[in-house]
Design a protein around this ligand. Structure first.
Ligand code: SF4
Length: 350
């Protein structure tokens, strides 16, 4: 088998399937498993216990999929066209939703696409093993991407590329095919910049490349269940699902590319929706309008909780007070506590 030619063919097939770049590496993740261990030991994962449970599988890809000797790491851009995220962040009456979540849930796009790529490779070579992942198993995706040469892990903990910034999804194919590995570029191109560390609204970075998930707005609005700590609420502004500040401020994102996938274009005008309107959605409306979207992950109660916090942070308005009062008694007790907090903020000092 001419593995060099096969690797070249795989890159062409990946591009045909919508991947912007693909690189190949082995299973040695260098210093990253040790970093993960230290991060977990410091409790930075907050309530994400599953990160601890599967740490051993993350550290050793061949333990997750026995026989793995190569990993194909691929990226797919998601930045929507004609988008002005900073303008939305400045409008306290609008909801800011992380740009990755405006369209179809990427898990439903990236992994099936990688499975198609694996099937195509299998059809060409036969008899090899393939497993495709995209945030769907304990895999150190950014470490693998860095090792494969797709970029470096920036001080904001995200994978950065000099030709594409960081607004892309990652996915992997584990295989036992002895493909030639690509050369990693271990250089860190952050230099003396620390804009992402400075801009974080909740001061969630303990230091470069070390995030305290318990303070991160993405964690608080998506993964966290229950009440949001009161001291963090005023810092969250209008961010109701995720947060992109550490990406938006990054100078490398002037090279971010617009997605070629219609699936990642915003649905239901979620790129700049009115907070009051979103807060008025019934559960049936929430389920209908977030069908196939990553936003479902926070659940209806989490959605209302996040919106209540944003409404409390919005400029004072009688319309917002009326919207909060109208739903106060029909929401669950956890959300109601956030509604009361928001009402107190909206009515200050009256
Ligand atoms: S904002 Fe600066 S320090 Fe942060 S990831 Fe980008 S280049 Fe690196």
């Amino acid at each position: 088998m001419d593995t060099k030619q096969l690797a070249a063919d795989i890159r062409i097939w990946a591009a045909e399937l919508g991947f912007d770049k693909l690189a190949i590496t082995d299973t040695d993740l260098g210093r990253h498993p040790e970093y993960l261990e230290r991060w977990l030991a410091a409790g930075r994962q907050a309530s994400m216990d599953w990160m601890q449970r599967h740490a051993d599988l993350r550290a050793a890809p061949a333990r997750l999929v026995p026989g793995t000797i190569r990993i194909l790491s691929a990226r797919m851009h998601y930045a929507p066209p004609e988008d002005d995220p900073l303008a939305v962040l400045q409008r306290g009456d609008l909801a800011y939703i992380s740009r990755y979540a405006l369209g179809r849930d990427y898990h439903k796009v990236v992994r099936p696409r990688l499975a198609k790529l694996a099937a195509r490779i299998d059809a060409a070579v036969g008899g090899a093993g393939f497993r495709a992942f995209s945030d769907s198993a304990p895999v150190l995706e950014k470490a693998i991407a860095e090792k494969s040469g797709l970029g470096w892990i920036g001080k904001n903990t995200l994978l950065l590329s000099r030709d594409a910034g960081s607004l892309f999804f990652l996915g992997e194919i584990f295989t036992d095919l002895p493909l030639p590995v690509d050369e990693a570029d271990p250089r860190d191109h952050c230099g003396s910049c620390h804009a992402c560390l400075d801009v974080c609204p909740t001061d969630a970075f303990v230091g470069p490349r070390e995030l305290d998930a318990g303070r991160c707005i993405a964690y608080l609005t998506i993964e966290h269940r229950g009440a949001i700590p009161e001291d963090l609420r005023p810092l969250m502004g209008n961010r109701v699902f995720g947060c992109d500040d550490c990406q938006l401020v990054c100078p490398w994102n002037k090279f971010a590319r617009t997605t070629a996938e219609d699936d990642f274009h915003p649905r239901h005008a979620l790129e700049a929706s009115d907070l009051v309107e979103l807060f008025s959605w019934t559960e049936a409306e929430f389920l209908e309008r977030t069908a196939g979207s990553a936003i479902r992950r926070t659940g209806y109660s989490g959605w209302l909780r996040n919106l209540a916090v944003a409404l409390g942070n919005a400029p004072q308005s009688a319309r917002i007070v009326a919207a909060l009062r109208a739903r106060r008694d029909e929401v669950d007790p956890m959300v109601r506590e956030h509604v009361d907090w928001a009402l107190a903020r909206q009515c200050e000092p009256c």
